[in-house]
Design a protein around this ligand. Structure first.
Ligand code: ADP
Ligand code: MG
Length: 243
């Protein structure tokens, strides 16, 4: 069963006194179980801060955060059962691909036979079976990204969070990996929030798009609705349609 994500009135203030900066200004977003939501907006608008709050890497200054109906504020990142994929896919360099994928399961003391089976399943899904014995240094950029996704997927998380995972890749690979991420979501059905500042990625990847600017949610809707009925001139300009 996929998990829902409920974000209500989330604020984040960095700094104190006259140096205080409000980076998130009462964000409300509901993500349905199994949905693929895109969070888009210019650099510095607060996208990563919001993802970090969901993941538990930052605490919000105010607001409510429920995963599968359960309050997770104050809960440690490891207990939130979330997998996060960044642009810098930090694989363990001395471990094989198989061990990289299985590491989180090993930490959880999952029995070796169960672990092996899961690594195999994930490798088939990502078409990296032939790479399982290699080390990260023996892989291409795209293959490393696949392994990073495999590692995230192996844990069967409640939520997938992607923070601009493709921004380090060249154009051709980016197109390929977009399709891969779409397929991964399709087969896993895991609720996903995907951050990007790339309009094409935003318009093609998700079922709904949340457009953010200066810590304020401008609009949240399907790509089609956002294109046809942008809420304001900012959204219109960002998506590239006339007002
Ligand atoms: P985005 O991911 O959309 O580019 P971020 O969430 O990384 O934006 O940053 C939003 C704003 O918050 C930026 O102005 C950034 O400088 C600021 N910021 C992010 N993290 C911190 C921090 N730990 N302390 C102070 N300011 C921060
Ligand atoms: Mg960011």
């Amino acid at each position: 069963m996929a998990s829902s994500l409920h974000i209500a009135g989330i604020r984040k203030v960095f700094g104190k006194g006259d140096k205080a900066v409000e980076v998130l200004k009462r964000i409300d977003i509901d993500v349905a179980p199994g949905e693929f939501l895109i969070l888009v907006g210019p650099s510095g608008c607060g996208k990563s801060t919001l993802l970090n709050i969901i993941a538990g890497l930052e605490e919000p200054s105010e607001g409510e955060l429920l995963i599968a109906g359960k309050n997770v504020i104050g809960m440690a990142p490891a207990q939130r059962d979330i997998a996060m994929v960044f642009q810098s896919y930090a694989l363990y360099p001395t471990m094989t691909v198989a061990d990289n994928i299985g590491f989180a399961l090993e930490m959880r003391k999952v029995p070796v036979e169960v672990r092996k089976k899961r690594i195999q399943e994930v490798a088939v899904l990502l078409q990296i079976e032939h790479l399982l014995d290699r080390r990260p240094s023996q892989l291409s950029g795209g293959q490393r990204q696949r392994v990073a996704m495999g590692r995230a997927l192996a844990r069967d998380p409640q939520l997938f969070l992607f923070d601009e995972p493709l921004s380090n890749l060249d154009a051709k690979l980016r197109v390929e990996m977009r399709a891969e991420i779409k397929r991964l979501h399709h087969v896993s059905g895991i609720t996903t929030v995907y951050v990007t500042h790339d309009q094409i990625e935003a318009m093609t990847l998700g079922s709904r798009i949340a457009v953010m600017k200066d810590g304020i949610l401008q609009q949240i809707d399907t790509p089609d609705e956002i294109y046809r009925r942008p809420a304001n001139t900012y959204v219109a300009g960002f998506i590239g349609s006339p007002t």
